[in-house]
Write a protein that binds this ligand. Structure first.
Ligand SMILES: [Zn+2]
Length: 286
């Protein structure tokens, strides 16, 4: 009897310790979501810097979390449900395959009215500008640096979520690209904090996105902040998690002041909620 009691006590202690470790800030890991717009994550047994891992023929993001190595891949919003493969090639040429089963996901529609009609039906000179900006955006989205990312993201601002990722969007009743990020409503001028350590790779005024900043976190993991009232950084700036990079605004194609926050993994836009802590901080961070 005594032994059983001790055993139960011991189990209880183990459970409490585990909860403490998992809820400790600073150890958050992205959440796996095997759906279009989600992320696939596998743990790697024998990882060295020479190991090459691809998903959908694209290099994956490698990161370390509590002494283990992981490969993370963005699943495109257009991805069809089915079996997808991580291909792992070791330095000695040996290969392994790890499959994941991607489920379907239905995203809702959102209908918005934009007062500035040129932001929905651009005129000829706007189109020239838009096509130039598209090249800059594509380059930033597909940027690669070898540094291993810190995947412990923080909320860049706190506020009401005014639009979620993946919604099928209709502006003035005309269908446009699905919503590629998370909208957080906050008063104009609210400081925006860098979600994780990284380097600014693009910053400027864009036709649809307004003032926008891209931060590279390493291994193809990139965050984006749009519709800013002001930009406080420039390409090349090295930022720490929590550093202020600009302020909330309503520049570009918007219906009001908010931050459009987007996350890219290996050139694929994914739902930022899979990277953010479940709870927004209640007080402004230091
Ligand atoms: Zn948005």
């Amino acid at each position: 009897m005594i032994m059983v009691t001790n055993f139960q006590k011991h189990l209880h202690l183990v459970a409490v310790t585990t909860i403490l470790i998992f809820s400790k800030p600073g150890y958050a890991m992205p959440e796996q979501a095997l759906v279009p717009g989600g992320v696939a994550i596998i743990e790697l047994d024998d990882y060295t810097a020479d190991t090459q891992i691809t998903f959908n023929e694209k290099k994956t993001t490698i990161f370390k979390h509590r002494q283990s190595w992981y490969a993370l891949a963005g699943i495109p919003l257009q991805a069809k449900p089915g079996v997808y493969q991580f291909k792992i090639r070791q330095r000695d040429g040996s290969t392994a395959v790890n499959t994941v089963d991607v489920q379907g996901k239905k995203y809702q529609e959102q209908h918005l009215t934009i007062k500035n009609k040129r932001k929905v039906n651009p005129i000829k000179q706007d189109l020239q500008r838009i096509s130039k900006e598209r090249i800059r955006k594509r380059a930033a989205k597909n940027h690669w640096s070898d540094a291993y990312p810190d995947v412990d993201f923080i909320w860049p601002v706190t506020g009401r979520i005014s639009s979620i990722f993946g919604l099928r969007r209709f502006f003035n009743e005309q269908e446009r690209n699905p919503h590629s990020g998370l909208d957080i409503a906050a008063p104009e001028g609210t400081d925006i904090r860098t979600t994780a350590d990284g380097t600014v790779i693009e910053a400027g005024d864009f036709f649809f996105s307004g003032n926008m900043v891209y931060v590279d976190h390493g291994q193809g993991l990139i965050s984006l902040y749009a519709h800013l009232s002001r930009i406080d950084v420039e390409p090349g700036d090295v930022l720490r998690r929590g550093d202020i990079l600009g302020a909330v605004g309503q520049t570009g194609r918007v219906t009001g002041a908010h931050l459009h926050f987007a996350v890219m993994a290996n050139g694929v836009l994914v739902d930022p909620l899979y990277f953010l802590p479940e709870q927004q901080p209640t007080a402004q961070l230091e």
